[in-house]
Design a binder for this molecule. Structure first.
Ligand SMILES: *Cc1c(COP(=O)(O)O)cnc(C)c1O
Length: 496
C-alpha cells in the first residue's frame, strides 16, 4: 500500500494537523491570490519523478512551497469571487473513507451500497429542497435522481436524453427519414445570460442553441420563447430542449418558469432547470418562491459542491422520467449483466439501470454519496440552512454598504448571496462608466487582497460580490467594502 500501516497512521495525523493549521490561518484573510507567474512550478520541481521513494516528511515539507504558495486560497475570508465552493470537515472525512474502499460503482452488483446510498441520498436531498414528489426514487413512478460530476455534465445528460427522445419520435412518425437530417433540424434554447457551459453542451451534443433575449429582470419570458419556437417551426426546425436558469451566474436572476413551463408542455419540449448555485437556497422555506413553476419541468440540477458544504465534485440531477435517460444511453454488454437486473420491483429502474444515467461507468464510491450522507447527518439540514442564511445575511450587509455610498449602484435585486454593483458617474457614457469600473477591478486585482469577479450584462460591466464561503463574517465583509472604497477613491482621483 505504499506506506506501512504505522507510517500511514502517523502521516495521516500529520496531514490533518496541517489542514487545520492552514484553515485557521485563512480566517484572518491575507492575500488569497498568489504572486506567481505562469510556469512558476517548473523551477520548484525536479524535471522528473524520483526513482526511489522519498520520506513522506520530505514530501509534506514541500507542500507549502510547491502547492500552497501557488494556490488561490478559496477559503480565505477575503474571497468573494465567482460562487462559493463547498467544503466541510464531514465532507473531507467522507472523501477519505471513499478513497479507502476503492469501490468501483459500475453497476448495482459491483458494489450494492454504492448504488443504494446514491438513490437514498438523492431522495433525502430532493425532500430537503422540497422538489415535487415526481422526482423521487420512491418506486411509485419513473422519476429519480443521480449524482453527476458537474452541472455541465448534468445539462449534457439531459440534452442527450431530450435529443434521443425526439429522434425516436421522429423516426416512429416516418422511419424513412435520415438520422442526419433530423439531427440537423434540431434546436435548443437558453437565455443569453445562462452559463457558458450550456452553449458548450450544445456543441458537444450537436444541437445548436438559440440564446434568447431577456427582459429587464434578466428573465426569459414566455412570449419570447413562444415566438422563437414558432419561428423555428416555420423553418422546419425541431425544438428539442429548453434550459432555464434559476440563479444565473452573472446576475443571480431567474427565468420565468411559470410562463415557460406551460409552453414547453404544450409544445412537448424538454424543459431543464439549471439551478447550480441557487438550488442550495431551496433548503430554506423563505427562498422557495424562486422555484415557482417547478411542477412543469422535466429535469432539474443543482450543485451541493457550491453552497451546501459538500466538496467538489457533486452535482445533483433529477429527472421526471428516468426511462428517457436510459433509452438515450442504454448499452448492456455481457460483463455488466447480473441476476438482480430483472428484479421485478420498480426499484429495478434506479438500481440496475443507474449505469445509463451518466457518461462515466466507473465511479468511486463516489465519495459524493458518502459526502452527502456525512454532510446531511453531521451538519443537519438546520445547520445547512444556517450556512445559506449566513451567506444571504452577508450579501444583504454588503448591499446596504454599497447603497449607502451614492457613487455606487446596485444592479439587480439581491435575492441570495450575490451583489452586483458598479461605480457610476453622472452624465457619463456607458463606455466611460465601463472603463471606470474596469480600472477599479484592475486596482483591486493588482493588490491581490480581495477576489471579486467582474461580469457584464447587456454590455454593462460590473463587479460581483459573492458571499457564502465558510470563514467569511460581518467583519470581513466590512473590510472588503472599505477596500473597494479605497480603490474607488484612487480610480476617481486619477480620473479627474
Ligand atoms: C457554476 C454554474 C455552472 C457550471 O457548473 P460546473 O459544475 O462547473 O459545470 C452552470 N450553471 C450555473 C447557473 C452555475 O452557477
Amino acid at each position: 500500500m505504499g506506506l506501512e500501516p504505522s507510517e500511514f497512521r502517523e502521516a495521516a495525523h500529520c496531514m490533518i494537523d496541517k489542514i487545520i493549521d492552514y484553515h485557521e490561518g485563512l480566517k484572518s484573510g491575507g492575500h488569497p491570490i498568489p504572486a506567481v507567474e505562469p510556469g512558476f512550478m517548473k523551477e520548484r520541481l525536479p524535471s522528473a519523478g524520483p526513482e526511489n521513494k522519498e520520506l513522506w516528511q520530505t514530501v509534506f515539507d514541500d507542500v507549502e512551497n510547491v502547492v500552497l504558495d501557488g494556490s488561490v486560497h478559496w477559503l480565505s475570508s477575503n474571497n468573494y469571487g465567482f460562487f462559493p465552493t463547498g467544503i466541510s470537515y464531514p465532507s473531507i472525512l467522507a472523501d477519505i473513507l471513499c478513497s479507502s474502499t476503492a469501490n468501483v460503482g459500475l453497476t448495482w452488483a459491483t458494489s450494492p451500497s454504492c448504488t443504494e446510498l446514491e438513490t437514498n441520498m438523492m431522495d433525502w436531498l430532493a425532500k430537503a429542497i422540497n422538489l415535487p414528489d415526481c422526482f423521487l426514487h420512491n418506486g411509485k413512478g419513473p422519476g429519480g435522481g443521480v449524482i453527476q460530476g458537474s452541472a455541465s455534465e448534468a445539462i449534457l445528460m439531459t440534452l442527450l436524453a431530450a435529443r434521443s427522445k425526439v429522434m425516436q419520435k421522429e423516426l416512429s412518425r416516418d422511419p424513412k427519414q435520415s438520422i442526419h437530417e433530423i439531427t440537423s433540424r434540431m434546436v435548443a434554447y437558453a437565455s443569453k445570460c445562462s452559463h457558458s457551459c450550456v452553449e458548450r453542451t450544445s456543441q458537444v451534443a450537436l444541437v445548436p442553441i438559440r440564446l434568447l433575449d431577456v427582459d429587464e429582470n434578466i428573465s426569459i419570458r414566455g412570449s419570447v420563447l413562444q415566438k422563437a419556437i414558432e419561428e423555428d417551426r416555420r423553418q422546419r426546425k425541431i425544438p428539442v430542449f429548453v434550459c432555464a436558469t434559476l440563479g444565473a451566474t452573472v446576475s443571480c436572476t431567474y427565468d420565468n418558469l411559470m410562463e415557460m413551463g406551460p409552453i414547453c408542455e404544450k409544445e412537448q419540449i424538454w424543459l431543464h432547470v439549471d439551478a447550480a448555485y441557487a438550488g442550495s437556497a431551496l433548503l430554506c422555506p423563505e427562498h422557495r418562491y424562486i422555484a415557482h413553476g417547478l411542477q412543469h419541468v422535466t429535469s432539474f440540477n443543482f450543485s451541493p459542491n457550491k453552497w451546501m458544504m459538500v466538496n467538489l465534485d457533486c452535482s445533483a440531477l433529477w429527472v421526471r422520467n428516468s426511462l428517457d435517460m436510459e433509452n438515450s444511453l442504454n448499452v448492456n454488454p455481457v460483463y455488466f449483466q447480473h441476476k438482480k437486473q430483472s428484479n421485478t420491483i420498480d426499484y429495478r429502474v434506479s438500481f440496475y439501470r443507474f449505469q445509463h444515467w451518466q457518461v462515466s461507468l466507473g465511479r468511486r464510491f463516489r465519495s459524493i454519496k458518502a459526502k452527502l450522507w456525512f454532510v446531511m447527518r453531521m451538519i443537519g439540514l438546520e445547520g445547512l440552512r444556517h450556512h445559506v442564511r449566513k451567506g444571504v445575511g452577508q450579501a444583504k450587509l454588503f448591499e446596504e454598504l454599497v447603497r449607502s455610498d451614492n457613487r455606487f449602484q446596485v444592479l439587480f435585486p439581491v435575492t441570495l448571496g450575490l451583489v452586483c454593483f458598479r461605480l457610476c458617474f453622472p452624465h457619463a457614457t456607458l463606455e466611460k462608466i465601463n472603463d471606470l469600473n474596469l480600472k477599479l477591478r484592475e486596482e483591486i486585482e493588482k493588490d491581490r487582497q480581495y477576489v471579486l469577479t467582474p461580469s457584464t450584462v447587456n454590455e454593462v460591466y460590473f463587479l460581483r460580490f459573492s458571499a457564502g464561503m465558510n470563514f467569511c463574517n460581518e467583519e470581513s465583509v466590512r473590510r472588503c467594502w472599505e477596500h473597494v472604497q479605497e480603490k474607488s477613491d484612487l480610480v476617481l482621483k486619477s480620473k479627474i
